[in-house]
Structures are given as C-alpha cells and as structure tokens.
Write a protein that binds this ligand. Structure first.
Ligand code: NAD
Length: 248
C-alpha cells in the first residue's frame, strides 16, 4: 500500500531543492501535489509535468509565501478545486547571510518575512480546512541552526528558532482536532541553497558531520514522509533532526 494514497499535500517553495524532492516522493506514495514558488519558470514547469507523469493530480501556484493576501486567495482556490488539504509543508526559505554588524534592515526583514511570516500565512489559511476535517499533518522546515545558532546567520537562525516555537504552540492549539504539527531540522543538505557556499565552508561542514557525508534532499523528503503519513499518528509538537549527527 502507498503511504499517502488519497491524500492531498501542499508544499511551499518546491520548484527545486528539498521541496522538489519531497513533492516527487509524496507523489510516488500516491499523494496529489499542490506546490508554490515565487514564479513560474523552467523548474516549476518541469516539476508539474513530472508530477502529472506519475498519475497524480498536480497544481502550481506562483506566489511569494510571505504575501498574506495571495495565500488567502490560494486557500480559497484549493478549497474549491480540491475540497480538502491533508498535508501542509512549509518549506519556502531563503538566506541572506552576513555578520550582524553588516546585516541591513532590508536583509533582516526579507528573511523574517520569507521564512517565518510565510509559516504564519499558510498555517492560518489552511488550518480551518484541517480543523473542519478533524485531520491533518503540518510539517515546518526549520534547521539545526535554529537550535544551535550559526555565526553569519542571525536573521536565518532567528526564523528557524521561531518556527520551532510556532510549531510547539500550534501543536498545543490543534492537538484536540487531530491536526498534528511537527518540524524537521535539516543539517547540511546539498541543494542550490548550499551551493552558494565556498569550498572552505563546505569542507568545514563536512568535517563536523559524524556520518561524513552531506545530506541529500531525499533524506529530508523521507523524514517528512514519515511525519506526513500514518506511521506517525501519535507524534506532534516535535522537532525531528535529520543531520547525519551534525548537531550532536
Ligand atoms: P533552495 O534555495 O534550493 O530551494 C528553496 C525554494 O524555495 C526555491 O525554489 C525558492 O525560490 C523558494 N522560495 C524561497 N522563498 C520563497 C517564498 N517567500 N515564496 C515562495 N517560494 C520561495 O533551498 P533548500 O535547500 O531546498 O531549502 C528548503 C528549506 O529547507 C528552506 O526552508 C531551508 O531554509 C531549509 N533548510 C535547508 C538546509 C540545507 O542545507 N539546504 C538546511 C536546513 C534547512
């Protein structure tokens, strides 16, 4: 049996990286996939085609996840088109790294809005459907830097720590409605986001990983699959680290 048969999943920022792998794995497991990203481009077009090729329903919405009004519009359309939402993955995220002394207010606001306000937007817009259904699984993508901190990432780590507090609070609010809310804290994962790092930083990360390899987007996708599926029906408010031991 497929783990997500008859489920409908929404993933934000899924045209590439971890979100894309998650969309593909969830589709392989039978879920219909709705995904977003800033804009329609070759990545979003090819993912939409790939998903449809797997025989599931798939839809793409061009949307900045930090835009509240746009999120509400999308929620309305999904309620009309799909009638329900079983799984929400808040995956959209960006970095604008700099030491605090050099971090501009614009880069602070941008990262807070893309990474944290977006989680508020999508949870607020989609939890009414889940509450009505009396079921749902929300997965917020945090990071181990939200737990341990990281020099040069005050803005990013603040959002990822914020996501953990948000996740625990919402889990307490929604537990009685059978809506589970968990976070995944990836370590160092090879995606376009981490490709921006220089060779020195990359080697430093690798040396610190007990499993001696970078994570792959599929490692995170499998972790989310567990939290989205019936394999984790009594787990809520947790932060699941998927980091090859990096944060030990
Ligand atoms: P990525 O840059 O490869 O992909 C992120 C995608 O999200 C991109 O397609 C981007 O356009 C989209 N996006 C970003 N902000 C958006 C917004 N406001 N609205 C719509 N789309 C938006 O990054 P990734 O490595 O796949 O990261 C996915 C998530 O995992 C992020 O939340 C990131 O913080 C988190 N994460 C990544 C790592 C890692 O090592 N790669 C580690 C810890 C956590």
């Amino acid at each position: 049996m497929k783990l997500l048969e008859n489920k409908i999943a929404m993933i934000t920022g899924a045209s590439r990286g971890i979100g894309r792998s998650t969309a593909l794995l969830f589709a392989d497991n039978g879920a219909d996939i709705i995904f977003t990203d800033f804009r329609e481009d070759d990545n979003s077009k090819s993912l939409l085609e790939e998903l449809k090729g797997k025989g599931v329903r798939a839809a793409f919405y061009a949307a900045d996840a930090s835009n509240h009004e746009r999120t509400l519009e999308i929620a309305k359309e999904i309620e009309k088109e799909f009638g329900r939402l079983d799984i929400l993955i808040n995956n959209a995220g960006i970095t604008r790294d700099n030491l605090l002394l050099r971090m501009s207010p614009a880069d602070w606001d941008l990262v807070i809005n893309c990474n944290l306000r977006s989680v508020y937007n999508y949870c607020k817009a989609f939890t009414p459907m889940m509450i009505k259904q009396r079921s749902g699984s929300i997965i917020n993508i945090s990071s181990i830097v939200g737990i341990n901190g990281n020099a040069g990432q005050c803005n990013y780590s603040a959002t990822k720590a914020g996501i953990i507090g948000f996740t625990r609070s919402l889990a307490k609010e929604l537990g009685s409605r059978n809506v589970r809310v968990n976070a995944v804290a990836p370590g160092f994962i090879e995606t376009p986001m981490t490709k921006q790092l220089g060779e020195q930083a990359l080697n430093d990360w690798l040396k610190a990983i007990p499993m001696r390899r970078p994570g792959q987007p599929e490692d995170i996708a499998r972790t989310s699959l567990y939290l989205a599926s019936e394999l984790s029906t009594y787990i809520t408010g947790q932060v699941l680290r998927c980091d090859g031991g990096l944060s030990l």
